[in-house]
Design a protein around this ligand. Sequence first.
Ligand SMILES: Nc1ncnc2c1ncn2[C@@H]1O[C@H](COP(=O)(O)OP(=O)(O)OP(=O)(O)O)[C@@H](O)[C@H]1O
Length: 352
Amino acid sequence: MSAPPGSLQVRALSWQVAGRLIVDDVRLDLTAGAVTGIVGPNGSGKTSLLHLLAGLLVPTRGEVLLDGRQVRHLRPRERGRRIALVEQKATTDLELRGREVVALGRYAHAHGHRWRPAVRRSATGSPATWPPTTGRPTTWPSGTGRPSPWPSRTGRPTTWPSTTWPSRTGRPSPWPSTEDDAVARALALADVTHLADRRWSTLSGGEQQRLHLARALAQEPDVLLLDEPTNHLDLSHQIDLLQRVRELGRTTVVVLHDLDLAAATCDDLVVMDDGRVVRSGPTADVLQPGLLEDVFAVRTSVRHEDRLRVLWHGLAAKRSAGRTCSVESDAPAGLCAHLHEESGSSRRSSPS
Ligand SMILES: Nc1ncnc2c1ncn2[C@@H]1O[C@H](COP(=O)(O)OP(=O)(O)OP(=O)(O)O)[C@@H](O)[C@H]1O
């Protein structure tokens, strides 16, 4: 029996911008179908790593392989069919309906159009024009200074795709009913069918976030990349969304800040700090109070009850400068050696 699609290998991956190493020599093996959480402090490089996995950033060194093939070398449409990314922030001033937002996820699947605008690369390596490599808008106009506005001013319909599809000649060709079915399926999977006819600008942050998930599901990807998908959701919707994601059985990489939610959801965890992976492996092995205290500067306990739980008890002593583990820090002595070993670098260890 052949292996299910969607295994990801990350080989010695680094990304540098403006002279600063943001992602530093990351090596990971993500099993097809597993849910892997990425946790780490603000600015530790989680989003950047996710964008490298999606092929949206050009690595300075190293590579990402999807089922043995370099993600960067996949044709945009194939990448759009195989990898879906839900961004942390995505907004638009366009008056799209919920259904149209989800239909954007079908771009890479729809047949009969040959329109292929060029993708320019900005100096930072981010896509500068739409469409992105994942086959849909990677970042909508958001004022973040990253990719440029979508859609362009070339006269494409602003509400596209709706009931028509732009043909090569500019005449609308029918939007296939199979596409409508796929959109309806994605709306149902994300439990947002009731938002299909709502205007985007009238939706709450949580509703928009759940529609973003539906858009990604409409891509029917092998790999689902989610950047803080629960940050606008109430507790019940957080649990519900992550359960739905688990039930999909797709290779999923999800950035989460809530360690307890990560404990409940993820098969594997990757802990990042300062651009590096300080620990990765099965969730229960990774979630150790000593490691969490050193990385997050928070005192925690980890319980194996009906499920794995992470409880926090308060702030730990301030981390030493540069997040290094030093002999003066409160971290257990063994942890320095561990971080040294895991990172394969002396950067985290104090000079002896
Ligand atoms: N294009 C860029 N140019 C300059 N610096 C950047 C760029 N992209 C990211 N950075 C910097 O890289 C660091 C890591 O950013 P990233 O968004 O990957 O972190 P993160 O772990 O996802 O953070 P958060 O938890 O706050 O979302 C940050 O200090 C950020 O300012």
